[in-house]
Design a protein around this ligand. Structure first.
Ligand SMILES: [Zn+2]
Length: 369
């Protein structure tokens, strides 16, 4: 006979209940002499008799539990929950002990390492944008708890519109450079009319194993719905042209909707949101960023110097380029530039070519990132 597990509670640690059976009870009738032997009224029960009573009762209880287990052992169930015992006094001299509980089937919970490690979450910045007043996808969040993947998209809502839903294709690129596209995904929003819209999580067909190897995402908006009507988005989006490192630095410094660095040629200026504004415009037509606040305070024209650095191979040569220009560079930046060169030289001795890293750091410094 399988050992029957019994609890007065509703569950067993480390086990799950796979099936609930019937509520059952077993009754053990005590001899009609039971009370006679120890006196007929509780008032008569002196200390010594009380212990006899307890002894008798314990014996009866154990008997009841034993028969309950035997009864349960003959069924297909292997455990009992909500188990309890009761002493019942009938009229005349009959007393019985009742053991009762619900029969259940239990099995050990599956707890492999794999099961414990299934929770995956990934947040990706969106690597393309529309240069119009459409909701701008800024982030894709993928999450899985081992039972299918869910997706949520965050949109910058420049116009604070009452956007109810957005239909879009989502293109993912993985670390091998392979692409996978989810078409016609319907994002809906709990709260609308806010500057950042976070969609509800919806199920998506992406295998959860795939989430870990995704490296970037692009969003192609087809349609969106506001209280005023349905709008379609016929434009082609613009791809972000920044390294992942620089893109992240830009987002951290300039906001989730930022997609490029400020630049100006006098006639027009490009905003952090990507929109190209007339030279005379004080603030951006799309995002209202002020040109003055975006303008770089660095007066040194660094781009030709960086171009010269790119022609070199090693940090030692890049440092030579810097030294050629250093007296023209804003004094506040000189120390940091020299530090970048020194650490680059150190790393290059042990870790191989540091050219790209050093140039990226120099560029970020001039961009204020
Ligand atoms: Zn802007």
């Amino acid at each position: 006979m399988e050992d029957i597990m019994i609890t007065s509670g509703t569950s067993f640690e480390g086990y799950e209940i796979s099936e609930y059976g019937p509520y059952r009870f077993v009754q053990t009738i005590l001899s009609s002499n039971f009370l006679k032997e120890i006196g007929s009224s509780i008032a008569d029960i002196a200390t010594d008799r009380s212990s006899i009573y307890q002894e008798k009762l314990d014996g009866a209880m154990n008997e009841a539990i034993k028969s309950f287990k035997e009864m349960a052992g003959k069924t297909k169930y292997n455990a009992v929950v909500g188990f309890h015992t009761n002493v019942v006094d009938y009229s005349s001299n009959i007393t019985s002990v009742v053991a009762a509980g619900t029969l259940v089937s239990i099995k050990k919970e599956y707890q492999s390492e794999f099961e414990k490690s299934v929770f995956v979450r990934k947040e990706l910045y969106v690597n393309n944008y529309y240069d119009k007043l459409v909701p701008r996808a800024v982030k894709i969040v993928l999450a899985s708890e081992g039972k299918g993947t869910r997706i949520s998209a965050w949109f910058n809502n420049y116009n604070m519109e009452d956007i109810k839903a957005i239909k879009a294709d989502i293109k993912f690129t993985n670390i091998y450079g392979d692409e996978i596209t989810l078409t016609g995904v319907d994002f809906v929003f709990d709260k609308t009319g806010q500057s950042l819209l976070k969609s509800d999580y919806i199920e998506c067909k992406l295998p959860d194993k795939y989430i870990k190897i995704i490296s970037s995402s692009k969003v192609y908006i087809q349609k969106y719905v506001t209280s005023r009507g349905v709008y379609s988005c016929g434009d082609d989006p613009i791809d972000v042209d920044l390294s992942p490192l620089k893109f992240k630095a830009l987002k951290m410094k300039k906001g989730l909707d930022a997609v490029c660095n400020y630049k100006s040629d006098g006639l027009v200026w490009t905003c952090n949101c990507g929109h190209v504004n007339e030279g005379g415009a004080e603030e951006c037509v799309i995002c209202s960023r002020k040109q003055d606040e975006m303008k770089n305070t660095v007066s040194f024209n660094y781009e030709p110097m960086i171009e010269e650095m790119r022609q070199k191979e090693y940090v030692m040569e890049i440092k030579d380029v810097l030294m050629k220009h250093i007296k023209d560079i804003d004094s506040g930046l000189r120390m940091q530039l020299l530090e970048i060169m020194e650490s680059g030289l150190q790393y290059e001795k042990t870790r191989g070519n540091m050219k790209d890293t050093v140039i990226e750091k120099v560029e970020n410094l001039f961009l204020g990132l």
